[in-house]
Design a protein around this ligand. Sequence first.
Ligand SMILES: Cc1cc2nc3c(=O)[nH]c(=O)nc-3n(C[C@H](O)[C@H](O)[C@H](O)COP(=O)(O)OP(=O)(O)OC[C@H]3O[C@@H](n4cnc5c(N)ncnc54)[C@H](O)[C@@H]3O)c2cc1C
Length: 433
Amino acid sequence: MNIPQSSFPRVIIIGGGFGGIALAKKLSKKDIQVVLLDKHNYHNFQPLLYQVSTGGLEPDSIAYPIRKVLQGYPNFYFRLAEVVRIEPSDRKVFTNIGDISYDYLVVATGSETNFFGNKNIEEKAMAMKTIPQSLNLRSLILENFEQALLTDDLHERDALMNFVIVGGGPTGVELAGALAEIKKGILPKDYPDLDTRRAQINLVQGSDRILPAMSEIASSKAEKFLEKLGVNVWKDIRVTDYDGKHISTDSETTFEAATLVWAAGVKAVSIQGLDADELLSRGDRLAVNEFNQVIGHPEIFAIGDVAQMETKAFPHGHPMMAQPAIQQGQNLGINLVRMLENKPLTPFVYKDKGSMATVGRNKAVADLKRVKFQGVFAWFVWMFVHLFFLIGFRNRVVVFINWVYNYIRFDREARLIIRPFKKQYQNTKRHQA
Ligand SMILES: Cc1cc2nc3c(=O)[nH]c(=O)nc-3n(C[C@H](O)[C@H](O)[C@H](O)COP(=O)(O)OP(=O)(O)OC[C@H]3O[C@@H](n4cnc5c(N)ncnc54)[C@H](O)[C@@H]3O)c2cc1C
């Protein structure tokens, strides 16, 4: 990997997401050689992926080069590499570009979409966890409307304009709201020769309320906002199968839709070598102690989505959100230095700043530590918080300008099919024009 030997201890961080970057920043000026490995050369701001999928933002404005984040830090090395295996007994990491040894290892690989073993859904549904996936979804949404114009089969036209989003967490709610706004404000102007009123946006939730991790008031208000926007909210229904067109559920309700977006669950990205049964906890997460040490491996740490730290306040582990990842990265940064100085470690305590979800223009819900509020103010707070945590000054400016422009113009101009998405399994009749 062309990384020099150093007299400083070597810390390898796998993953330049929220946790990995926060940790690397903490170690930046210490007597430690830091090697950050990521399979992408950019940090992905996942909370705004749905805006990429719906043409509100260009992908570049929510991604940031990892090398740029850590520019000028001494003793810091980034390598574009996918880690395939860890060998704890040799203290070695194996990647697609070679292997490297470590003194301390930090796993910050995040999470991926969980299809709960349903192969049909995995193959045919759309996920939205990465920028390429969001671009695929953006292309598919737009291609569906282009195709709806061409078919004279009414059934097929309806299916092409029917969107089913599975999972009533923040991702599902935000995507459903954005699609409903497109239907109302953009489609009639873009497709005057198509009856876009027939387009349907369905949000399917397995439990009795959407946003189940938030307060009851946030759930019911978000549901009202969605209904106002024309989204069909289905509760207590679980999607069980999808063949590319027909969606079955565990109830009598079925859907015919060319697009199924799966936002119903995530699981940790585990790496071979550490995925022994005794280490794996809920959702494939690695069991860690209060210092983020992987149980049984004092020199290996896990932070963020991949780590399962069970505490009194969080008996099932911390929420798989950006804040726990950032805070664990920062705490581990302090602890690694303390460890090298033979000082006692500080246990991680999560400072819950609350959660938010936006449903659309002027519509958001916020459960903060001491106060819960909904509507226009929540929407402004949501925008401010997202701009604040977005990495990079340019990205903040670009996103801010886009949001102001979209707000004034009721528009989302990044509705471009740059890289067409083709469903391999779909056999759609096309009208011979
Ligand atoms: C659509 C969406 C919306 C979200 N909205 C919110 C929100 O509004 N608020 C909120 O708090 N949270 C939100 N989240 C969750 C939040 O993004 C995650 O909790 C957070 O990213 C976790 O941080 P992390 O550092 O653990 O992992 P990540 O940020 O996912 O970073 C993991 C990194 O590891 C790299 N990696 C993975 N495997 C390997 C490998 N084998 N080799 C090399 N590199 C590897 C990846 O490329 C990635 O860069 C959202 C997530 C999604 C998908």
